[in-house]
Ligand binder design. Structure first.
Ligand code: ZN
Length: 122
């Protein structure tokens, strides 16, 4: 019996963190991870009930393992103290898969790129 679910491997790309779990992979978009950042400033924003604004173009800069239980992520907007334990990442991955959160971020970026519908006005 396995006690905790640890990822078999973790790979970092600018737009996403991909984790290989014993029962399958999950990929978390940088914007999803950033929206769920657990650094002190973000935590205090949440405690005050404020919305955490995320730049859709935010990217992952670095990932440092914290012992055997977590990873610390650094983002392009300067947030670098968010520590993500494996169970937290696993929960985020499940939520993202169900709500297709990571997909909509990508779709937004593609829409922005091809947004030249101004010519349709009058
Ligand atoms: Zn943060």
């Amino acid at each position: 019996m396995s006690g905790g679910a640890d990822p078999l491997s973790v790979s970092l790309a600018p737009d996403a963190l991909t984790l290989q779990w014993p029962d399958g992979p999950s990929s978390l978009a940088a914007a999803v991870l950033r929206a769920n950042c657990r650094c002190a400033p973000c935590q205090s924003l949440r405690l005050r009930g404020e919305t955490i604004e995320v730049d859709a173009g935010v990217s992952l800069v670095d990932a440092q393992p914290i012992g055997h239980y977590a990873v610390q992520l650094r983002f392009s907007d300067g947030h670098e103290r968010g520590i993500y334990p494996w169970p937290y990442l696993r929960a985020l991955g499940g939520a993202a898969a169900h709500s297709a959160g990571s997909l909509s971020w990508r779709a937004d970026q593609q829409l922005a790129r091809g947004a030249s519908m101004d010519s349709r006005t009058r």
